[in-house]
Design a protein around this ligand. Structure first.
Ligand code: HEC
Length: 277
């Protein structure tokens, strides 16, 4: 009897010790900015360790022999394997190559954009300079003679080419926006042109350009709480639409995506009505 009592006391003290360590580990992981999954995982490890620690003091089992021993061994093995498999199924699994692929997808176009941005900037500056030099030429023309005129004509041709190159901007922006739609994986929850989310997580967007103004679309993207699609009360309440795009996307990327969404004006596809919240 006294033996049982001291065993109970051991279980309680070790249990309390384990719980304290679990909380300390949980808080420490949080302070070190581990993702919540890891915080919970570390805590589970401590709890597991505590159980083993307590088991060390468990009274010895009666010794088995023969078939009984084999059955007990198999049962123990099945129990431990089951616990591990169940645990692995409950905890989310990460595939590093998938995560790396996602990061590449987001970073690469950003780099490309900055390169493209530099070229655009240079083009714009050369156009400005060209316009200014032409204005000077014009003024000189009124003062001077035909000689200045011929110089003006030769510099004018380069300005024309630059202007033509930047003219197709609108179409490009929509194409860039479509890329953003793919990169940010909006299709996981939305459908456009019959393509995308099969599980109907979020509304179809085919006619969203007619239902929301660009400012409103931008507001929804950067703050999903600002609008709710009609009939999606449950999804809205569950905050299904992620609130991460304002951190993930650069201003130009947002503008491109909004240009693309604004271009979606297919009235033949029923698109849920947006409601201001
Ligand atoms: C995890 C799922 C999910 C992802 C990813 C997602 N959304 Fe949504 N979105 C929703 C849900 C659910 C709604 C409806 C409830 C609401 O309005 O919040 C919605 C609503 C919208 C609406 C309003 C539609 C209407 O008819 O009122 C727009 C526009 C929209 N999303 C655009 C986007 C864009 C653009 C992206 C990608 C950058 C995106 N969503 C990514 C789930 C998602």
């Amino acid at each position: 009897m006294p033996e049982e009592k001291s065993l109970l006391r051991l279980v309680v003290t070790k249990g309390i010790l384990g719980a304290v360590i679990a909380v300390v580990v949980f808080v420490a992981a949080k302070l070190m900015h581990f993702p919540p999954v890891f915080q919970i995982m570390f805590m589970l490890y401590v709890l597991l360790g505590t159980i083993v620690y307590i088991l060390l003091d468990a009274p010895a089992l009666p010794s088995f022999t023969g078939a009984k021993a084999i059955a007990a061994l198999v049962a123990f093995y099945a129990l431990v394997s089951g616990a591990f498999i169940a645990g692995a199924n409950v905890l989310p699994q990460y595939d590093p190559s998938v995560e790396k692929g996602k990061i590449d997808k987001i970073v690469k176009p950003k780099l490309a954009m900055t390169e493209k941005g530099k070229v655009d900037e240079l083009l714009k500056r050369s156009e400005e300079l060209n316009a200014r030099s032409q204005a000077i030429m014009k003024r000189l023309e009124t003062i001077g003679g035909a000689e200045v005129k011929s110089i003006a004509a030769s510099t004018g041709s380069t300005g024309g080419a630059a202007a033509a190159k930047s003219a197709g901007g609108g179409g490009d922006l929509i194409a860039l926006g479509k890329d953003q739609y793919e990169l940010q994986e909006c299709y996981n929850c939305h459908k456009i042109g019959g393509k995308g989310s099969v599980k109907k997580r979020g509304p179809i967007l085919d006619n969203i350009g007619n239902l929301m103004k660009p400012e409103e679309l931008k507001e929804k993207l950067l703050n999903p709480r600002a609008w709710m699609a009609e009939g999606f009360d449950k999804e809205y309440a569950k905050k299904l639409m992620p609130d991460k795009y304002k951190e993930l996307m650069a201003d130009q990327e947002v503008d491109a995506l909004i240009a693309y969404l604004s271009s979606l004006k297919d009235t033949s596809v029923e698109t849920p009505k947006p409601i201001k919240k």
